[in-house]
Write a protein that binds this ligand. Structure first.
Ligand SMILES: *[C@@H]1O[C@H](CO)[C@@H](O)[C@H](O)[C@H]1NC(C)=O
Length: 369
């Protein structure tokens, strides 16, 4: 009888898992002087069913507002802090103490992103990223949080030297010494690599070879045949190239988290509300299915960005990536967002799953004794 109950519970769990969509993440950038206060922003995430957030620095007001929210958080170490955290173990320990341990009882940290788009060709900080990651990891380990909170870094697509055709994807010669030891660290610690990927910028830099439907997931036919893979959109082709490039530096099975992706609504070529709405809508549907190189492997995704940011630059385009205007009005009709907000927040789903899981294990345990 107990056996039968356990069986039913497991079936129930399977069904719940299969039908629930991935919790959606949205980046909360703050290069603006007109954004709502942190607690209102956290409420906006909740009312729209956005279950994950990425922030770029350990802003104490946001961390405070996130307490008890169940929103899962990617928190950044600012590029400017990387060198001191790398060179000084107590500064790493202080960072973790003040920004993680102080909140870890009621804020759900998911990843610490040590740096954002650190460029090995330009940034002095690139020499220190790995060491800073190691120091933060060591501090987390001494609090036994290293399996719960993963340490990574967010790369930009420019690190690829070659991306077409995808099967020839590789990191550029100057990126290889930077990324190779980082990939080894991620493999060793079972952490994903974070990648910021904008098909928008690929499209505007080469709109003769790339057409708009290919960038917006609306192409009706296969555009690239590459070995056994057929690509109908630029996103899949880009991920194909990233996976091949990772394979060449020891990360053939490394998970990629899409830590930023978006489309601007104004300020440049093809930057319209209509195109942006199409992109976000299709991206959200698409990442749930995975890509040809890794089918049925959903990609954890953080849309860029929550708000239009009026202090970003240098180009006008950078100021129009928000899903919301600073007055909290949503700019797009994204059905995936509405769907998740009407069917309850994804975080409550996560909670149910955890409770069911522990219930199953208790039943199994009872049965065993
Ligand atoms: C290392 O970091 C600690 C804590 O932030 C600081 O007090 C100390 O002065 C730093 N040491 C050096 C050599 O920079």
């Amino acid at each position: 009888m107990v056996f039968f109950t356990v069986f039913l519970m497991l079936i129930g769990l399977e069904t719940t898992t299969a039908t629930a969509s991935l919790p959606l993440g949205v980046c909360y950038g703050r290069h603006a002087d007109n954004l709502p206060p942190a607690d209102e922003v956290v409420n906006l995430y909740k009312t729209n069913g956005i279950g994950r957030m990425r922030i770029y620095d350990p802003d104490q007001a946001i961390l405070q507002a996130l307490r008890g929210s169940n929103i899962e958080l990617v928190i950044g170490v600012r590029n400017e802090e990387i060198q001191s955290i790398a060179n000084n173990v107590s500064s790493a320990a202080d960072w973790v103490q003040n920004n993680i341990l102080k909140y870890s009882k009621d804020v759900k940290f998911r990843y610490i992103a040590v740096g954002n788009e650190v460029d090995p060709n330009m940034d002095e900080a690139s020499k220190f990223v790995l060491l800073a990651m190691q120091n933060i990891y060591a501090t987390l380990t001494s609090s036994n949080l290293q399996n719960q909170i993963k340490v990574s870094t967010a790369i930009e697509l420019n690190l690829l030297g070659m991306s077409y055709p995808p099967s020839l994807g590789s990191f550029g010669p100057s990126s290889i010494p930077f990324i190779t030891p980082i990939v080894k660290f991620l493999v060793d610690t079972k952490a994903p690599l974070l990648a910021n990927v904008y098909t928008y910028f690929s499209y505007i830099s080469d709109s003769t070879d790339i057409d708009l439907p290919f960038a917006l997931f609306t192409s009706q036919s296969v555009k690239i045949r590459d070995g056994s893979f057929e690509y109908q959109n630029l996103f899949d082709a880009t991920f194909g190239a990233i996976y091949v490039a990772l394979g060449k530096v020891g990360g053939a099975n490394l998970e990629i988290v899409l830590s930023e992706s978006g489309w601007p609504s104004d300020g440049g070529v093809a930057a319209t509300v209509e195109n942006a709405e199409t992109y976000y809508e299709n991206l959200i549907k698409h990442v749930a299915k995975g890509t040809p190189a890794r089918p049925n492997q959903p990609i954890e995704t953080y849309l860029f960005s929550m708000f239009d940011e009026n202090k970003k630059g240098p180009t006008e385009i950078e100021r129009h990536f928000g899903l919301f205007s600073p007055n909290k009005q949503i700019k797009y009709q994204i059905s995936q967002l509405r769907k998740s907000s009407t069917s309850g927040s994804s975080s409550s789903y996560m909670w149910r799953e955890e409770v069911m899981l522990s219930f199953c294990f208790s039943l199994l345990f009872l049965n065993y004794i």
